[in-house]
Design a protein around this ligand. Structure first.
Ligand code: HEM
Length: 499
């Protein structure tokens, strides 16, 4: 008979072996490497500058690596700064990483996330996004609005021609903002504010205030028990005022659409569609006027600023690089058949021009940190455990300047795109100006169509000079704080009519 002691002696080493093996197998992965050491409670908040966060996080990534963690008050955050890790977050772990943090200013101005950009991932996001994509933003629908884009771009060219014939300097920021807001207002809700002086400034004032609020740090978001400081700073009152003003404007738009005497429009805009679906009650969510208002906010803010900012950056980059300006104008004017006005089909024949747009979106992307994400559940990124409810910054600014991905990354050189097939639609993670994955910008097709048409016609119709006593190196590339990066100082230029 085998004694129990003997069995124990033989089995003990085996048991110990399996015990340590299983510990090694099921050992919890480590947390990501830490960034700078913070203070108790506030963490790293005192070290961060919200007006140029992407630049600061870029510098920190050079010290702490392409993945590091921060503590934003009581909220954990990670910063991702390489194409490989962007792919892990935006593609491989898209489902776990496609949340948005609930921040006070986002929540307030989005009617508590009843829209696409700031809503958490779920039914509301899915339904509203589907409606906007199907009716306005898909690659099939975008060409249907080309007559609006062309009309409005022609109006802008006319306005600049008047400046040119009286040798008046043009403030390109102003002209382009006014154009992009008119285009989106006409497409999204069949209305142009540009004819009405006070309406126009009211509308632009509202957009600027929204931007300012989204660029402002609120204690309530990161250390809720210090939220009273936001009240003392007058931020709650300011937020409430902007909310009331914009709510009034959106209500007017809804009322106009419900007016029985309204002229039947040529096509249904997004408000018509949402009102019809609301009446039919055929959606999985109970659509209310607040949803419609939140969608209006989304369309206006996401489309106006980004497209205008990118146009100004493209012209800034070209004015700073006369060699590229000359080459792209030659291409447009030769291949464009000397037409007075280029349409969207003409532009598809200009490879160098297309490369200029890509290079602009590489170096001067209007959303350098995309839009913050948040993990819906814990996941493993690059072998590190990222807990649920962690804020994620994907620093596209840093990725677009990664020397491992780009030769001479700081140089504005559209030629780099002539020999490679890197695309900017979220498949190649070294170039992600529109983000990637589930939350990729749904307005991408519309944005590219507008950008192409505006920039190509600015280059076709005019030769561009700097105002007196200004040299190329005097043109600054400073950015304004906010969710969209605008050029801080307006771009003043002298247009000379070519035609
Ligand atoms: C040059 C122009 C534009 C750029 C560079 C841009 C960039 C972006 C980026 C980076 C995001 C965040 C993506 C992410 O989290 O991964 C985004 C989201 C979004 N964009 Fe754009 N955008 C542009 C134009 C537009 C236009 C014209 C519209 C609509 C008419 C639009 C509507 C939206 C919406 C609704 C979202 C939220 C998507 C979501 O959270 O699911 N954008 N955009």
């Amino acid at each position: 008979m085998v004694s129990p002691l003997l069995i124990l002696c033989f089995s003990l080493p085996l048991l110990l072996f399996f015990f340590f093996q299983s510990r090694r197998t099921f050992k919890k992965p480590p947390l990501p490497p830490s960034g700078p050491i913070g203070l108790p409670i506030i963490g790293n908040l005192h070290q961060l500058d919200s007006s140029a966060l992407y630049l600061q996080l870029w510098q920190l990534s050079k010290k702490y690596g392409p993945l590091f963690s921060l503590q934003l008050g009581l909220r954990p955050a990670i910063v991702v700064s390489s194409p490989k890790l962007a792919k892990e977050v935006l593609k491989d772990h898209d489902l776990e990483c496609c949340g948005r943090p609930k921040l006070l200013s986002h929540q307030k101005l989005s009617y508590k996330g009843l829209e696409i950009a700031f809503s958490t991932y779920g039914d509301i996001w899915r339904e509203i996004k589907k409606i906007c994509v199907v009716h306005v933003l898909s690659s099939r629908r975008v060409p249907m609005f080309s007559s609006i884009r062309q009309f409005e771009v022609k109006q802008m060219i006319k306005k600049i021609s008047e400046h040119a014939s009286s040798s008046k300097v043009t403030n390109l920021n102003e002209v382009v903002m006014s154009l992009t807001s008119t285009i989106i207002c006409r497409i999204a809700f069949g209305r142009s504010y540009e004819d009405e002086g006070t309406e126009r400034s009211r509308f632009h004032g509202m957009l600027n205030e929204c931007q300012a609020m989204w660029g402002t740090f609120f204690f309530s978001d990161y250390i809720p028990f210090l939220g009273w400081i936001d009240k003392l700073r007058g931020l709650h009152a300011r937020l409430e005022r902007i909310f009331k003003e914009s709510d009034k404007l959106y209500q007017e738009v809804i009322d106009e659409h419900m007016d029985p005497n309204r002229k039947i429009p040529e096509y249904e805009d997004i408000v018509d569609v949402l009102l019809r679906l609301k009446k039919q009650g055929s959606l999985s969510i109970d659509l209310t006027n607040d949803h419609i208002k939140a969608v209006l906010m989304n369309m206006l803010v996401a489309a106006t600023d980004t497209t205008a900012a990118t146009t100004v950056w493209a012209m800034t980059a070209l004015l700073k690089n006369p060699r590229v300006m000359k080459k792209v104008q030659e291409e447009i004017r030769t291949l464009g058949g000397k037409k007075d006005f280029l349409d969207e089909d003409d532009i598809q024949k200009f490879p160098y021009f297309k490369a200029v747009i890509k290079e602009t979106l590489r170096l001067y992307l209007p959303a350098p940190l995309l839009v913050q994400r948040e993990t819906n559940e814990a996941c493993i990124i690059d072998g590190y455990e990222i807990p649920a409810k962690t804020i994620i910054y994907v620093n596209a600014w840093a990725i677009h300047r990664d020397p491992k991905a780009w030769k001479d990354p700081e140089e504005f050189s559209p030629e780099r795109f002539l020999d490679i097939t890197i695309d900017l639609r979220g498949k190649d993670f070294e170039l992600i100006p529109f983000g990637a994955g589930r939350r990729i910008c749904p307005g991408m097709h519309m944005a590219i169509a507008s950008l192409d048409l505006i920039v190509a016609n600015l280059l076709n119709s005019f030769d561009w000079e700097l105002p007196e006593r200004m040299r190329e190196e005097d043109i600054d590339t400073e950015m304004l704080p906010g969710i969209t990066q605008h050029k801080k100082n307006p771009l003043y230029v002298l247009a000379k009519c070519r035609i």
